[in-house]
Design a protein around this ligand. Sequence first.
Ligand SMILES: [Zn+2]
Length: 451
Amino acid sequence: MSIKLSALGRAARRFPRTHLILSGALVITVGLIALTPESGESRPERLQTLDLPKPSASEELVRQESAQPVADVRAPAETPDEEQWIKITVASGDTLSGLLQSRGVSAAQVHRLVTGDERLAELATIRPGDSLNISVDEAGELTSLRYSPSRVETVEATLEDGNWRVENVVREYQRRTRFAEATIDNSLFLAGHAAGMSDNLTMQLANIFGWDIDFVLDIRNGDRFRVLYEELYLDGEKVGEGEIIAAEFWNQGRHLTAYRYQTRDGDVSYFDSDGNSMRKEFIRTPVAFSRISSRFSTGRKHPILNKVRAHNGIDYAAPSGTPIKAAGKGKVIFAGVKGGYGNVLILKHGQRYSTLYAHMRGFAKGIRVGSRVNQSQTIGYVGASGLATGPHLHYEFRIDGVHRNPQTVPLPKASGIASSEKPQFRLQSSRLAAQMTMFAEAATLASSNVF
Ligand SMILES: [Zn+2]
């Protein structure tokens, strides 16, 4: 462990942003970073990040979404002409009522404005640098107001028959597809960095393939990956990054492919080219940042009862209050106190599977018998309720009512694309595959031109 920790320290100095990754998969990160050899100087050899070719209308390379606020195309009847808008920029020390009253708006009107709607109540907290547009009629009455609480959001309020009608307009980001590829000769994160990927994107990549590849143990020099991902733009300026939309990973001779797809139910997930889910039905460990303090066994001495009895689950020691995640999608069938187990939650997953969580400090908000939970949703918090020597989660996994070792039990794959949706999925995934090939070929050409 000391080797891993020193490697982590070294990597943390090299990557000050590492601490920003608060994903539950941090454990993976630590493992990946731990793989970094002492010399750590070499770099992935061949990487390309390409800008997009110019999009054509028939291609989906750039999905140019409506960047125009809908408000601009509203019926002009109640909207004053653009010239009548008065732009106000908030300076230090300004208050909304001060700003409006200095333009002839009465205190009563200001009051009516900020109490008219909760979106308008936010106006009371305007800050220096914010700006808003107002329009005032000849009688000095405030008739409309427009402001943007964020870059993508505009709130527009219009006085109608003495009441404020409020509209929220949210702009869509423009999305641009990017490509990155790298060969790993050091660590996944170093390769990702060198390919121009953020730690967040590399983490996404690790999460997509994390069900099939153990990023601590399975990664070898020469493993490589390709990624198509989205960047978000507003007014031609990059404002953030989106999701990975397709990825390929070559790991020790295996070739894995994943496509992002939104099902008709609205679930967004990753699937292989046959439409099988990349995920498993259950996560292996329901508590991040934990260590196993007691393993599954058919007979051991109980630390408090001092008797030999089977340990039907695994104990994960973690600080009190650490979130506990649902191992899989399911339904709460028990939430309450169960003797020495203290606070216990039992989830039923379909007909055959159930999971049990014991010694909890408490349940998450809204968790009660009958609640439906999603995989990895926080269901409660680590505690030491019942008979426990210290804060830990006691976790049990049952199939057809029989206790199985949560560490080794084979986990079923999550359900894939429904057959009725397969044609749509095939169409989309083959388009992504073609895009990936096109980018990869361009990258090869570009790199060979260098020499
Ligand atoms: Zn236990």
